[in-house]
Write a protein that binds this ligand. Structure first.
Ligand code: SF4
Length: 328
């Protein structure tokens, strides 16, 4: 079995190669973009969960570059959450008690709907700010009690680098917990190495892991094994998903996702309304559909398996709970 770094090195970067691996032909996708400005990246273990010969596969739709990404529509911008200016390069302080640290400059997979698809990772990562500056910022901001390491995926860093950052942050007096926002264990379950598990267990303060899984088909036995390892050392393992047109935009899709998450020991946390980033408008779902998905989930699931449906509004100090009534 290949190690995670070899799998990462060998990701699919060409839409043609990806379609070939799935026994699909270019003629199945007349709207394909062969040279997207946001490059294609898809690791093999994620491809293994796609259905060969199925052009409408919900995992394939999340990663395949289409011409629709080049549309420039009103209301869709390059930085929908106004993240270009943080107090330090790679450090965002949007919510009072939490800061978000952009630890690395990329991800194992490029999700076509990503709200950071235009993010200037070259200038906005921890590398540019330096850990000393971040620690100094935290010392001057005692209202911050949690650091979220987010995408670019923090688990792209090697185990040694990650261990050193986690342990340094955990020693800042006001920090009560650390959070890892990652999709890497989902798309490359081999990323959950014994060394990583050991690093998390030695942090000394609680670590919360928030995974990103959009569809029940993403959960397979190998991922479940990796989640079990994470659960042994993390205070909680949660999931956030994004509602995506044609991928998971029915109540049944979401009910299946919640049930599979429960089977894998992951608690549904957030179901995010799509951020209006340029290039992702074809994933947008109507308000009526979102309201009906939420109603369907509430009817079919116990409360602890219904994620909070939220949207993020630039400049607001918290996420906004979905509260739109069904159309009459
Ligand atoms: S893993 Fe997350 S941050 Fe990375 S491309 Fe996908 S949605 Fe964006």
């Amino acid at each position: 079995m290949n190690d995670w770094q070899t799998i990462l090195r060998d990701v699919y970067k060409s839409p043609v190669d990806l379609l070939q691996a799935l026994n699909l032909s270019l003629s199945d996708f007349p709207e394909l973009d062969l040279n997207p400005s946001f490059p294609l990246r898809v690791p093999q273990p994620f491809v293994d969960r796609m259905m060969p010969g199925q052009a409408s596969d919900p995992l394939l739709k999340q990663v395949l570059s289409l011409g629709a990404e080049n549309l420039e529509l009103a209301g869709f911008s390059q930085d929908p959450l106004d993240e270009h200016l943080g107090p330090l390069p790679g450090l965002l302080h949007k919510y009072r008690s939490r800061v978000l640290l952009i630890f690395t400059g990329g991800c194992a997979i490029n999700c076509r709907y990503c709200f950071r698809r235009h993010f200037p990772y070259q200038t906005q990562t921890l590398k540019r700010a330096g850990l000393d500056a971040v620690v100094e910022y935290l010392n001057f901001h005692p209202e911050v009690n949690e650091v979220i390491l987010s995408g670019g995926d923090p688990l792209m860093a090697d185990d040694t680098a990650l261990r050193s950052v986690l342990s340094r942050l955990a020693k800042v007096p006001g920090i009560r917990r650390l959070r890892l926002h990652t999709r890497l264990p989902v798309v490359i379950p081999q990323r959950i190495t014994d060394t990583l598990v050991d690093s998390i267990s030695s942090v000394g303060i609680p670590v919360v892991c928030v995974l990103h899984i959009n569809h029940a088909q993403e959960l397979d036995a190998r991922l479940q094994q990796s989640v079990a390892k994470l659960r042994a050392v993390c205070r909680s393992v949660l999931n956030q998903a994004v509602i995506l047109r044609g991928v998971n935009d029915t109540a049944e899709d979401q009910i299946q996702l919640s049930e599979r998450l429960f089977d894998a020991g992951i608690d549904p946390y957030y179901l995010n309304v799509l951020d209006r980033v340029q290039g992702a408008s074809h994933f947008n779902v109507s308000d009526t559909t979102i309201t009906s998905i939420l109603a369907g989930m509430r009817n079919a699931l116990p409360g602890f398996l219904v994620p909070r449906v939220v949207s993020e509004v630039a400049g607001m100090g918290h996420k906004v709970l979905w509260s739109k009534a069904p159309a009459s």
